[in-house]
Design a protein around this ligand. Structure first.
Ligand code: NAD
Length: 255
């Protein structure tokens, strides 16, 4: 797909990695809808991006709401050929925490946002994409999941987060296999540690120490580098059904 032809929905598009993706899509001449629960930040971000961007309120845990938001985006953009799932929460908690064993409700909430939320966006987008006029190679669309290196090296306290990120990785191949007949690809990106508001809550010392753990380049990732990989996946139709680590070779330690 050509970046200038992109008509994209980006969940979690009001902040961090999702916002960087939206910025890049607009810079390439494409169009984008930011889907997020943060109304004020989302509206401001879309306004700053100009006429090729809009904000649509969307809670990814709300199945019908996601369908409505993706349909609204499709109508406003005049089509849809890319869905980037960036909505997510950290959800830190231990199996045997200070206040007792992990509550099932807590685990379910992290799953609802990070994992089931991704499914909701994928199916709403794919349903519309299947009717697209095929482009080069018969391509009709692309779904991208945001996993994490925690899917492979979850740290102490990342049980729920790591489970959901492994889940979005596990979904990619069966989705790619199923949607191949429509020319719709599915991919996942597993970022290491990126300088976004999600990480900004940590102390500067912790951020510096995390950056120092990255072999090369020895720093936190930049959201624009995440967006760069999204664009590379867009451009290269052979990338399908797999997960790419984007992590400067970091392998997270137990804690
Ligand atoms: N920053 C990192 O180091 C890092 C590393 C690995 C993976 N990730 C993943 O990247 C994705 C983006 O994270 P980020 O660092 O940009 O964080 P961020 O907090 O800046 O952005 C996440 C966005 O998701 C939105 N969101 C949360 N719950 C939502 C819901 N129910 N419905 C819709 N939107 C919702 C938030 O409002 C926010 O705008 C997440 O899935 C995160 O797990 C981040």
């Amino acid at each position: 797909m050509l970046p200038a032809d992109l008509k994209a929905v980006v969940s979690g598009g009001a902040s961090g990695l999702g916002l960087a993706v939206a910025e890049r899509i607009v810079a390439e001449g494409g169009r984008v809808a930011l889907l997020d629960v943060q109304d004020e930040a989302g509206r401001q971000a879309a306004a700053a991006l100009g006429s090729h961007a809009l904000f649509v309120h969307c809670d990814v845990t709300d199945e019908a709401g996601v369908d409505g938001a993706v349909r609204a985006a499709h109508a406003a953009l005049g089509g849809l050929n890319l869905a980037v799932n960036c909505a997510g929460i950290v959800g830190a908690g231990k199996l045997l925490g200070r206040d007792g064993p992990m509550a099932g409700e807590f685990f379910a909430r992290v799953v609802a946002i990070n994992l089931t939320g991704t499914l909701h966006v994928d199916k709403a987008a794919a349903q519309l994409m299947q009717a697209n006029t095929p482009g080069a190679d018969g391509e009709r669309g692309l779904l991208i999941h945001t996993a994490s290196v925690a899917a492979y090296e979850g740290q102490i306290g990342q049980i729920a987060y790591a489970a959901t990120k492994a889940g979005v990785i596990g979904m990619v191949l069966p989705i790619a296999r199923e949607l191949a007949r429509y020319g719709i690809r599915a991919m996942a990106i597993a970022p290491g540690i990126f300088a976004t508001p999600m990480v900004a809550g940590m102390t500067p010392e912790l951020q510096a120490s995390l950056g120092a753990q990255v072999p090369f380049p020895s720093r936190l990732g930049r959201p624009a580098e995440y967006a760069e990989l999204v664009l590379a996946i867009v451009r290269n139709p052979m990338l399908n059904g797999t997960t790419i680590r984007l992590d400067g070779a970091i392998r997270m330690q137990p804690k």
